[in-house]
Design a protein around this ligand. Structure first.
Ligand code: ADP
Ligand code: GLC
Length: 516
């Protein structure tokens, strides 16, 4: 089966977060399930620079304001379609924000073009290439199902409901959105155009990246204003936990770490701990655990909670290896801690892939006190490196870490620590639990071994995606053959927007349109 994936990031070419990791790894895992994925991506400089054997397939005289070409290319094992549109994508740096940290002013057109080209490919633009299904990722690809009404079946995957792609309604014309879908039963979201909303409304199936997050986003508390629509579409909504690329994240053969190790060689973690201390200027104190953090520095990730608990932990004897970038105020709080506790707290601000691997290998535990977490990938890598995740019990964190409570310990299955609610007091209590257990070297070792044996690869997820894709294709069929089938397929799951009006956007972050 051929599937066209539509994504604004793809590892290793361009990455701001987990979306890139997923978009880069899933095609390779799906290939083993007989699903051949070709991914459509914008031609940012980093993408164009990485292409092998690029071949032009189509020329646009005017694609949202300028000339453009559609290329077919490979990059390593990835099969790609690339939109080479200099007026939209040939800008250095972050794909979503300019040098001042503000969203690119023309993001609606930039990602509207991504969806438009995806829909055209889905509708047969490329001779000899007809995908059986189109798989859109996040708001950036959200208009794809809206443009593809009448084309092949579509699935949209929500990686983060906080980023919705909301734009002024006057752009509808420029985006070529037909008048009949510029309504609440279409792309309109509280007076604006909602890219993600459009995708959720028109896609034949919706997935998100963990079962717990799938349930959470149907509630007013976590639905960010889209819970009404998601509840209306609950029959076609499911959660599939992400995996990680176990070739990239493999402690046995990781080129970035000081000493490679397997599950029976956990003593070698000490060498990685020493190397991490040396790299970051942490005091060599062997009887002290290192807590690692690798994260976007945002409210979502609970970085403020880490800043709050940090002084007490340092006083008690703990060190911190912090890697992240994002919110200036959070960065400043961490920087202050690092200068106050020089030698015990190290902060690297920026994006550093090699250091991320060193922190995973050299830390004792990884902190992820997220307020919400659709899936989370860093805790999966931590498990694989025997670095016990200490996480809030939300979203994918709830689904992937087994708490070292009495039951978990006595059954011998625990892999880390969970806390709830996401408040400082509960976080502190759990850190205390972890510190106590850390003193008990035998029990800690057992947890590390369980963690390293957890299944964190893409195998299970790829099987689930493949069977979902096949089921959707079977259910929806080819709409280009008969429009009537499509109507039938939308059946009872079709959202009844007037009957179930959407809530006002409940959280300020609900209107964010790009990652910081
Ligand atoms: P999110 O996508 O919400 O940021 P995930 O846990 O799904 O969170 O994915 C984050 C990915 O980005 C992981 O691969 C993690 O290792 C990586 N990452 C995050 N921050 C940094 C950083 N500062 N330097 C290097 N890698 C980072
Ligand atoms: C988003 C989420 C994260 C998830 C990633 C990949 O960025 O914040 O939880 O792991 O997407 O799906």
């Amino acid at each position: 089966m051929k599937v066209l994936a539509v994504t604004s990031e793809i590892y290793p070419l361009i990455k701001t977060g987990g979306l890139a990791d997923v978009a880069g790894a899933l095609p390779l895992a799906l290939a083993r399930q007989g699903v051949r994925v070709r991914s459509l991506v914008p031609g940012y400089p980093a993408v164009l620079g990485a292409l092998e054997k690029a071949r032009p397939l189509h020329e646009y005289e005017a694609l949202h304001g300028g000339k453009a070409r559609l290329l077919e290319a490979r990059a390593g094992k990835l099969e790609l379609f690339v939109i080479d549109a200099p007026h939209l994508y040939r800008r250095k740096g972050n794909p979503y924000v300019d040098e001042q940290g503000g969203d690119w002013k023309d993001n609606a057109l930039r990602f509207g073009a991504l969806a438009k080209v995806a829909a055209e490919i889905g509708s047969g633009l490329v001779p000899g290439y007809q995908p059986a299904l189109v798989h859109a990722h996040d708001w950036q690809a959200g208009l794809t199902p809206a443009y593809l009404r009448g084309g092949p079946p579509t699935v949209i995957t929500v990686h983060n409901l906080a980023f919705q792609g909301l734009f002024p309604s006057m752009l509808a014309e420029a985006l070529d959105l037909p008048p009949e879908i510029r309504t609440m039963e279409g792309v309109e979201f509280h007076g604006r155009i909602g890219f993600l909303k459009a995708g959720l409304f028109f896609a034949d199936a919706i997935t998100t990246v963990s079962p717990t997050y799938a349930a959470e986003i149907c509630t007013p508390e976590e639905g960010m204003g889209l819970d009404g629509l998601l509840r209306a579409r609950a029959r076609v909504l499911s959660g599939i936990c992400n995996g990680i690329d176990t070739n990239v994240w493999s402690p046995r053969k990781d080129p970035h770490i000081a000493a490679c190790f397997g599950v029976d060689e956990l003593d070698l973690k000490a060498a990685n701990k020493a190397a991490l201390r040396e790299k970051l200027g942490l005091e060599a104190r062997p009887d002290v655990p290192i807590f690692g953090v690798i994260s976007r520095l945002t409210e979502q990730k609970g970085i403020d909670l880490i800043a709050s608990v940090l002084p007490d932990l340092v006083e008690r004897g703990a060190q911190f290896a912090l890697l992240g970038a994002g919110d200036q105020r959070l960065e400043a709080r961490l920087r202050e801690a690092a200068s106050r506790y020089r030698g015990e707290v190290a902060l690297f601000t920026g994006y550093d892939e090699a250091l991320a691997h060193m922190i995973q290998a050299g830390s004792d535990a990884l902190l992820m006190p997220s307020r919400f977490e659709p899936c989370g990938l860093t805790q999966l890598a931590a498990l694989r490196y025997g670095t016990l995740p200490i996480v809030s019990r939300v979203g994918g964190l709830a689904d992937t870490v087994i708490d070292a409570n009495e039951a978990g310990l006595s059954a011998g299955v625990a892999t880390g620590f969970q806390f709830t609610p996401v408040r400082e007091a509960a976080f502190r209590r759990t850190l205390e639990r972890a510190l106590v257990l850390w003193q008990d070297k035998k029990s800690w070792r057992r947890l590390q071994q369980n963690a390293m044996r957890s299944r964190v690869g893409w195998g299970t997820a790829a099987k689930l995606y493949a069977s979902l894709f096949r089921a959707v294709v079977k259910r929806v069929g080819d709409r280009s053959v008969t429009g009537a089938r499509r109507e039938a397929s939308r059946d009872a799951s079709a959202p009844k927007m007037r009957a179930a009006p959407l809530r006002e956007i409940g959280k300020p972050s609900g209107s964010k349109i790009s990652k910081p």
